[in-house]
Design a protein around this ligand. Structure first.
Ligand SMILES: C[S@@+](CC[C@H](N)C(=O)[O-])C[C@H]1O[C@@H](n2cnc3c(N)ncnc32)[C@H](O)[C@@H]1O
Length: 288
């Protein structure tokens, strides 16, 4: 992370939204994840961003990059389907459009979107220019998680630690230092029992296959040029240890093959998830 992200909106957030958008635009239904607002939120730049990615990467790698983004978003939102949570915190929300896709959910769930101020400001302007409505349950929480903890940021925003909460934290840990990662997990662990976090992390290179490595190597310089350098890769074992040490219980830690079986098995369009990012679901245990 450099000063650039303090003043300009996140480029990696735009790239993730482009992936969700082109999945909707070009891939045959059924969609793994359906985001009708993604490309509109990015604006007309989406075409040059997509051209940049397709120019950098072979087709099979692009397909896995798109697969990664739609699988992780789907995985997170599958956890809200049963309506157990009264708060939903999206940490490093980027251009997530849950607020506009699921106004029904906002009737019973407060949504907190945490991100760098410049990204949030830009997103608010884009949403206003698209006439996307403001909902009173949709709260923006400006924070740099390397400067303030998630707990400090949420405390300022009216978050209630006693309420069952789902946290989603997708595509962010790679851009944070280990103290910020640990502080975020400890914030979650201090919430009401039954609260959950769905997070992704980027495994060290020895756990990444050649396609995942090509993706990581090609997008690293793009992220660095945008002031969003890779900071933290973690082995799966170290990640599991960290999550547990912070006081959480792991419910799910799917491999790439597991994700393929869940979301892509019936497809023949090359869409699958790469090995360059893993997902974990963990929960706050019941107090004894
Ligand atoms: C790759 S994007 C992912 C966005 C979104 N979660 C998604 O899946 O589309 C990474 C996001 O993390 C945010 N981020 C990175 N470092 C951060 C920090 N130190 N504090 C707060 N947000 C941060 C960026 O601004 C960006 O929105």
């Amino acid at each position: 992370m450099t000063d650039a992200t303090a003043v300009q909106p996140s480029r990696t957030a735009m790239l993730a939204a482009v992936a969700r958008g082109v999945h909707r635009l070009y891939d045959a239904p059924p969609r793994v994840f359906d985001d009708p607002h993604a490309l509109a939120l990015v604006g007309s730049d989406w075409q040059s961003l997509y051209a940049m990615v397709t120019g950098l990467l072979p087709e099979n790698v692009v397909r896995q990059a798109i697969g990664l983004i739609v699988a992780r978003s789907r995985y997170a939102e599958d956890h809200i389907a049963d309506g157990l949570f009264t708060q939903y915190v999206i940490v490093g929300a980027g251009l997530d459009s849950f607020a506009w896709r699921r106004p029904d959910a906002l009737r019973a769930t407060r949504l907190f979107e945490v991100d760098q101020p410049a990204t949030q400001e830009w997103k608010r302007e884009r949403a206003a220019s698209l006439a996307l409505p403001n909902h009173e349950s949709h709260v923006s929480v400006a924070a740099d998680l390397e400067q303030a903890t998630l707990a400090e940021a949420l405390d300022r925003a009216g978050f209630d630690r006693a309420q069952p909460t789902l946290f989603s934290w997708l595509g962010v840990t790679i851009y944070l230092n280990t103290s910020a990662i640990e502080a975020t997990l400890r914030t979650v662990a201090a919430c009401a029992s039954g609260s959950q976090i769905v997070m992704s992390y980027s495994p060290t290179d020895d756990f990444v296959d050649p396609i995942g490595q090509t993706l990581r190597n090609a997008l690293g310089p793009v992220a660095t040029a945008a002031g969003e350098s890779y900071e933290t890769l973690m082995t799966p074992d170290d990640t599991v240890d960290l999550v547990r040490r912070c006081g959480l219980v792991i419910d799910d830690h799917p491999t790439r093959d597991d994700l393929h079986d869940r979301y892509f098995r019936a497809r023949s369009d090359g869409l699958t998830a790469p090995t360059s990012e893993r997902l974990i679901t963990a929960r706050v245990p019941a107090t004894t």
